[in-house]
Design a protein around this ligand. Structure first.
Ligand code: GLY
Length: 349
């Protein structure tokens, strides 16, 4: 009986063979690169990792890898996970320091060890043992944002150790003249962005999922996590079943946004299980988001304080993304140019 079911599911995948890559909206270039590699016959995991490496290595991208926004001590700590459908294997790293491409280290954990997850200093030493040299990942742009964040913190009397006390304003101030002196090259736009991320710490992340013409699937999620986090904070991205899950028989799912809320519902695994039991990718993502809202008794005021997005790709090529709040896109490449599509939303602002 089981063998028959497996056979019929394999036949279903073969009857509609097409390569497709989806990702969070920041992954337009990642999808294009992954598709290029799928067309050249690359493995699905190698394809998605090469895709997200573009962002991990980009110093201008402050949400992942090199240039990611640091923890509260000004140190960049990265999280990533990978899942390979055909071999049903997984690997992840969390709070790794000094390596631009944690997705590659997660794959090495999967391939070279009999563990699934390495964290912190152990993950860094493992990367070194695999030939990686540790580097400083804090760019000038991210350092500026971190300093702005530090200057925005004040005690009850408006004091901040990072601003001269005699001319310190009484309340949290917008980018100060002192900041402009510290970073004379920084333009007003950069300082305004730094202020924005200081006041609203982002959880930028990229999730990328791929299906090839043989019906094989893989996924990756990589991030610098919540900006200004307590050192050692780990979000959902490296947690297999939360930030990423792939089941070769069913499909894959991943997430971006506030990891704490996703971990509480094991989002990616929940979505894959929903699809296994017959939901479409869109229904599966929205159902997971309903569970998040339920954890706050559907209190809009509380839910408005964060956002969370899911991405799902079924083994037959059906795909969707859904977010807690409206206004999000996601990236898709099914063989031509990458494009952005509108994500479904559980709630309207
Ligand atoms: N979703 C990324 C994080 O919360 O770290």
């Amino acid at each position: 009986m089981l063998a028959t079911a497996a056979l019929s599911s394999a036949a279903a995948a073969q009857s509609n063979p097409r390569s497709i890559v989806i990702s969070s909206a920041n992954g337009v270039r990642a999808c294009a690169r992954a598709m290029e590699l799928l067309k050249a016959g690359a493995d699905t995991l190698d394809a998605v990792i090469a895709g997200v490496n573009i962002l991990e290595e980009d110093p201008e991208d402050t949400s992942v890898g090199f240039g990611g926004l640091p923890n509260e001590e000004g140190v960049v700590e990265l999280d990533a996970s990978v899942m390979h459908g055909p071999s049903r294997r997984a690997g992840s790293v969390a709070s790794i320091r000094g390596v631009k491409t944690p997705s590659k280290i997660a794959k090495l954990v999967m391939e070279q060890t009999d563990h699934i997850m390495l964290v912190g200093e152990g993950a860094g030493r493992f990367a070194e043992s695999m030939g990686y040299r540790r580097e400083i990942l804090l760019t000038e742009k991210a350092r500026l944002a971190w300093l702005v964040w530090k200057q925005s913190l004040r005690d009850a009397s408006g004091h901040n150790n990072w601003v001269g006390s005699l001319d310190a304003p009484a309340t949290a101030a917008k980018p100060s003249a002192q900041l402009k002196r510290l970073f004379p090259q920084a333009g007003d736009d950069l300082l305004a962005w730094a202020w924005q991320v200081a006041v609203h710490p982002p959880t930028g992340t990229i999730n990328c999922l791929a299906l090839n013409a043989h019906g094989e699937m893989s996924g990756v999620t990589t991030t610098s996590g919540l900006a200004w986090k307590i050192p050692g904070r780990v979000g959902d991205s490296p947690i297999i079943g939360a930030g990423l899950y792939v089941d070769q028989d069913v499909g894959g799912a991943g997430s971006t946004g506030r990891g704490e809320e996703n971990i509480r519902i094991a989002g990616a695994h929940t979505i894959v299980e929903n699809m296994r039991h017959g939901m479409t990718p869109k229904e599966a993502c929205l159902d997971a988001l309903k569970r998040v809202a339920r954890n706050f008794s559907d209190d809009r005021a509380k839910l408005l304080q964060f956002d969370l997005s899911f991405y799902a790709l079924r083994r037959d090529g059906e795909y969707a993304s859904a977010s807690l709040w409206n206004g999000h896109n996601f990236a898709v490449n099914d063989g031509g140019e990458s494009r952005l599509e509108t994500a479904a939303a559980l709630l309207e602002r």
